[in-house]
Design a protein around this ligand. Structure first.
Ligand code: ATP
Length: 626
């Protein structure tokens, strides 16, 4: 059972590795070949010096032939130069490739967020996964972008181990037949090899332990980072600056931040540093011990005349290359193995399923806007929620109708709009467009039917014109007309660059706008889209009473033959509508015109109307009497 899970883990990890390498090869074809070539050159280069220096020393202590010495020195210099230049060339290709990989990897995640089903965007898990990927990247550079670096380390260290074994091989296999000294005994070679293997094994164990401990400690990083970024954002966000000053929260924030820094430094930084010092100290002691033995073993062999002086340089060099190469190989292998967990996280995120059924039916383009939408026994619960946000809703929206949706907070009004636009699909019942289930239509085409100003609408730090047109290139006259209709044209004209002025101060010449102005720009955006259905969810919440009146009185004319849906808590605005739907706890409990509904004195609409009328009366009387 245990073994089985282990095999599955290995298989999964190898699959992730294969997928990662294939992806890199497809997107940046030069990166992996340059990495492999660079790694081989890197591992080969020290051996040129070791081998040729040994030969030069032998020549100096032996025949002293000047032409041979010249040849050896020129060979050493030119080979080193060639390898160095090739290595640098590969490094350049690798650096550019790595940069492109980083860019590609991050963009790919952002693309997913922009295009995935809306349902995913509202799930906290979805964002947590992305946060983990980004944190692993920021703190340890782990993830898909580290694959080439780790491949470089693995190949170069493996190369070092292989080349050093090749160069040190004769030391353990060549014996002088006439010499019966202890240093010529194969048993000494075996003993020495045993010692090297023992310390290498220790190095494997210590490395794995250390990597695991670091990995465990890294588990604390996301929460530490989250807190750091929380404090960072809190202090940088100039919108919070007002509250901080008015309530004099500087001391509170400063103390909380310092306490957190102290705690995280203690539990994370100091403990990690201690662990590292212990590990590095033991490693340094072992490698000095090995060096001592190597010098003793090789030196004694040379002393009793079994090997040449040049060979001392060759063997000592090769064995020390082997020990450092071997320990680095182990370290890079454990790092690579753990990095695959982050690569898997990256692919899991990219593989986030899109549950929405995607239809292909084109939406008929009608110049008469003759579209009818019907909700048939629609019920809906948000994912993970037991409660119905909408229950058994049935209604028809006919072309050109002006519809108001009213009800207390949380009664399901916005949810109704979300279902209408297919941001979510109902669990029960169906929604039909001209008699066909909306799921069967091509989603993008279906979305073209709607302009919505959500309660929590968002504008972006693009230019005012681009915000209105939701595009880079757009019809300037139409944008100005829509801004005028929404009552914010004169404000935009007064901005330093008119339509081209960036909104918000993220841009150096950006302009901050008021909440009401933002709402008017959002209305202009809805008008610019010119869709057959226009939905306004609390469209005048941030507007002053005069602007509100203007918008409502003009809307009749602006909206024209479009089907309009207003969600509003101000019942006075409902009088403009043909039909009013009253929602309560997810159900539609009343519908009809204002005049009809107001007749039902036991109904919810009457109660809401009376409550509002009473409130306005009392407040106005109070305001005007003082
Ligand atoms: N993303 C969500 N996940 C879970 N429950 C939600 C979500 N959004 C809304 N709800 C719940 O669904 C119910 C209906 O919410 P909805 O936003 O549709 O109400 P509303 O009538 O528009 O309210 P308001 O007048 O306050 O805007 C509420 O109980 C709300 O808490």
């Amino acid at each position: 059972m245990h073994r089985n899970t282990y095999t599955v883990t290995i298989k999964n990890k190898l699959h992730v590795l294969w997928r990662g390498l294939r992806l890199i090869q497809q997107k940046i074809p030069s990166l992996l070949p340059a990495t492999v070539a660079g790694a081989l050159l890197k591992s080969f280069s020290p051996f040129i010096t070791i081998y040729l220096t040994a030969r030069i020393i032998d020549e100096l202590f032996g025949a002293k032939s000047v032409p041979r010495l010249t040849l050896l020195v020129s060979l050493a210099v030119s080979l080193n130069l060639i390898v160095f230049l090739l290595q640098k060339g590969m490094e350049r290709i690798r650096d550019t490739g790595n940069y492109r990989l980083l860019y590609y990897g991050l963009i790919e995640m952002d693309q997913l967020i922009l295009n995935t089903d809306y349902e995913n965007v509202e799930k906290p898990d979805f964002h947590l996964k992305k946060q983990k990927i980004e944190e692993a990247f920021q703190v340890k550079y782990s993830g898909i972008w580290r694959l080439p670096d780790l491949a470089d380390l693995l190949i170069s260290n493996l190369g070092t181990v292989i080349f050093s074994i090749g160069l040190a091989f004769p030391l353990f296999t060549t014996f002088s037949s006439g010499n019966r000294s202890f240093f010529n005994s194969p048993w000494l070679a075996v003993l020495f090899l045993g010692f090297i293997l023992l310390s290498a094994t220790y190095s494997v164990v210590a490395n794995t332990r250390f990597s695991k401990a670091v990995f465990r400690k890294m588990g604390d990083v996301p929460s530490v980072n989250r807190a750091f970024s929380f404090y960072g954002k809190m202090m940088q966000d100039y919108h919070r600056g007002k509250d901080i000053r008015i309530y004099q929260q500087q001391k509170l924030i400063d103390k909380a931040y310092k306490d957190f820094q102290r705690k995280s430094l203690q539990t994370f930084g100091i403990e990690m540093a201690k662990m590292q010092a212990r590990f590095l100290g033991t490693n340094a002691a072992i490698s000095s011990l090995i060096s001592g033995f190597v010098y003793l073993f090789v030196g004694m062999k040379a002393l009793v005349g079994l090997i040449s002086i040049g060979s001392v340089v060759q063997y000592v060099g090769a064995i020390s290359q082997f020990t450092s190469g071997f320990s680095e190989l182990i370290k890079s292998s454990t790092d690579s193995w753990q990095n695959l967990d982050y690569v898997k996280l990256y692919f899991d995120f990219l593989d986030t399923p899109n549950p929405k059924y995607k239809g292909t039916l084109p939406v008929e383009k009608r110049s008469d806007n003759d579209y009818e939408i019907e909700f048939k026994n629609v019920s809906f619960r948000y994912p993970g929620s037991e409660l119905y946000a909408l229950k058994n809703l049935s209604l028809k929206m006919k072309i050109g109708q002006h519809l108001a949706v009213v009800g207390r907070n949380g009664s399901g009004k916005t949810t109704f709009i979300k279902l209408l636009c297919r941001l979510y699909d109902p669990q029960e019942g169906e929604i039909l467009l001209n008699g066909i289930n909306i799921k069967k239509y091509d989603y993008q085409e279906y979305l073209n039917l709607f302009s919505v100003v959500f309660q929590d609408f968002q504008l972006f730090a693009f230019s005012a014109g681009q915000n209105v047109a939701a595009d880079i290139a757009y019809d300037r006259k139409r944008a100005i007309d829509c801004l005028n209709e929404a009552g914010v044209g004169s404000r935009i004209r007064k901005m330093p660059r008119g339509l081209d002025t960036p909104l918000y101060k993220i841009d150096a010449d950006g302009v901050d706008i008021s909440g009401g102005e933002a709402q008017k720009i959002a209305i202009a955006r809805a008008l610019y889209k010119n869709a057959p259905f226009i939905v306004l969810d609390e469209p005048t919440a941030a507007l002053d009473p005069v602007a509100e009146f203007e918008i409502y009185s003009k809307f009749q004319e602006i909206v024209g033959n479009k089907t309009a849906i207003y969600i509003s808590h101000r019942l006075s605005s409902c009088r403009f509508c043909d039909n009013i739907l009253v929602f309560d706890k997810g159900e539609m409990i009343q519908s009809g015109s204002h005049d009809e509904l107001i007749q039902d004195e036991k109904g919810q609409y009457y109660a809401l109307w009376q409550a509002q009328a009473q409130y306005y009366k009392e407040n106005n009387e109070q305001a005007f009497s003082s």
